[in-house]
Write a protein that binds this ligand. Structure first.
Ligand code: PMP
Length: 427
């Protein structure tokens, strides 16, 4: 095994000095099981960050499905294959009846790129509205819409940003209803601004949980009003479920099912194949058929027989192990523990999240809510040193991001909570 220092140096040389890497002391992982990962020295870490291995690292049922299918046939996607069709049927059955068709891809980026192309095709519009702190991927069109970090491409003339309604930071005396109205008014303003520039809106594209934005506690009805305005202007509603999907919130299979609006297009990714690169777009068969006539969309690897077997196995485990129920129950337990930590540690300004997706907004002072960015960075490194992997998000990078594999149980929650208590004490 290469020593970490040598591995890091060689990585930088061959993958670039700026290839992203977590933690001041990067973790050199060699294996994983369930909610645990192990480093090159044999030290175990509790994984409270990764949603990609959504049913647990190296789940035996998923490993078996992948390896069995890999030993039978893997090929591109222009042949008949039963597992692919059965998987698409089973997956689409978890959505509203209007969302009955799937196109498979290999990444969230590809899914969002395709969704935007489809929205433009359907509406004849070009305009896109996104949040003012978003990330939806890294192809040209999707990358230039990035608002949560600088990118070399200019923010495009066809796009507009709307502020995310975060009740903790942006309420300014507004009731829940007023906050929802405020978001809708911002969307209306964006549409008017596009129209003034001669651009018709094609889509409102949002992450249903606003995960990268900082996981705000969304007010009821915020989406319905905004979407009504978008649809009136001839645009579509695209929900990015790359982080929110596959039961993460515990209350529903899809994040959008919690806000009572059926989207026109849904994009999927990360957890879909438990680490196998599988992603997709879900929409109406009508749109898929019409778009297919002109676009001849073909994705060499997207939804091949091995990917479909992986995706099917993920759905099996979600059902068999009742992982949505687990997300609800364990999630409520973690949330209660985080609320206790808020009472104990003044730096915790706000607890957010549901199911198995949590955030703690760290502040210097709860009155002015000045973000404790440097402390947040230190804290995730203190947690890493104590054997628990988490990260941070949000406009000020001051929100702890906790989003473990969904086999996270009470015993793991206890480790997370006691380690967090200890690390907050050590800050
Ligand atoms: N959408 C969201 C909300 C994401 O968080 C990400 C990745 N972090 C993507 C899309 C892009 O997915 P991928 O990296 O698979 O292209």
């Amino acid at each position: 095994m290469l020593p970490d220092e040598e591995l890091l140096e060689r990585r930088q040389r061959v993958l670039g000095r700026n290839a992203p890497l977590f933690y001041e002391r990067p973790v050199h992982l060699v294996k994983g099981k369930g909610v645990w990962v192990t480093d090159a020295d044999g030290r175990d870490y509790l994984d409270v960050y990764n949603n990609v291995p959504c049913v647990g690292h190296c789940h035996p049922h998923v490993v078996e499905a992948i390896s069995t299918q890999a030993g039978i046939l893997n090929i591109h996607t222009r042949y008949l294959h039963e597992t692919v069709v059965r998987y698409a049927e089973r997956l689409t059955a978890t959505f509203d009846a209007s969302l009955n068709s799937a196109i498979f891809t290999c990444s969230g980026t590809e899914s969002n790129e395709l969704a935007l192309r489809m929205a433009r095709f359907r509406t004849g519009g070009e305009g896109v509205i996104v949040s003012d702190f978003c990330y939806h991927g890294n192809s040209k069109m999707v990358a230039e819409l990035t608002t949560c970090f600088p990118v070399p491409e200019a923010f495009p003339a066809y796009a507009r940003k709307v502020p995310v309604p975060d009740p903790y930071r942006d309420r300014q005396g507004m009731s829940d209803e007023q906050l929802a109205d405020h978001f809708a008014a911002k969307v209306a303003e964006a549409i008017a601004s596009l129209q003034a520039a001669g651009i018709k809106v094609a889509a409102l594209l949002i992450d249903t949980l606003f995960a990268n934005e900082g996981l705000p506690e969304l007010v009821p009805g915020y989406a319905a009003k905004a979407v009504e305005i978008v649809r009136k202007a001839g645009g579509l509603f695209i929900c990015d479920e790359v982080q929110a999907g596959f039961g993460r919130t515990g209350d529903a299979m899809w994040g959008h099912q919690l806000n009572g609006v059926v989207p026109d297009i849904v994009t999927l990714g990360k957890p879909m194949g438990n680490g196998h690169p599988l992603a997709g777009v879900i929409t109406s068969s009508d749109l898929v058929d019409e778009f297919g006539k002109v676009a001849n969309y073909f994705n060499t690897f997207g939804g091949n027989p091995v990917s479909a077997a992986a995706g099917m196995a993920v759905l099996d485990v979600l059902e068999r192990e009742k992982l949505l129920e687990n997300a609800r129950m364990t999630g409520a337990y973690v949330r209660a523990g985080l609320e206790r930590l808020k009472e104990k540690h003044a730096i915790v300004g706000n607890v957010r999240g549901s199911g198995l997706f949590f955030g703690l907004d760290l502040v210097h002072d709860d009155a002015d809510r000045s973000p404790a960015t440097a402390e947040c960075k230190r804290l995730i490194n203190l947690m890493r040193d104590r054997g628990v992997l988490i990260s941070r998000i949000g406009r000020y990078d001051n929100i702890l991001k906790m989003r473990p594999p969904m086999v996270f149980a009470k015993e793991h929650a206890d480790i997370l909570l006691s380690t967090l208590d200890d690390a907050l004490q050590a800050l």
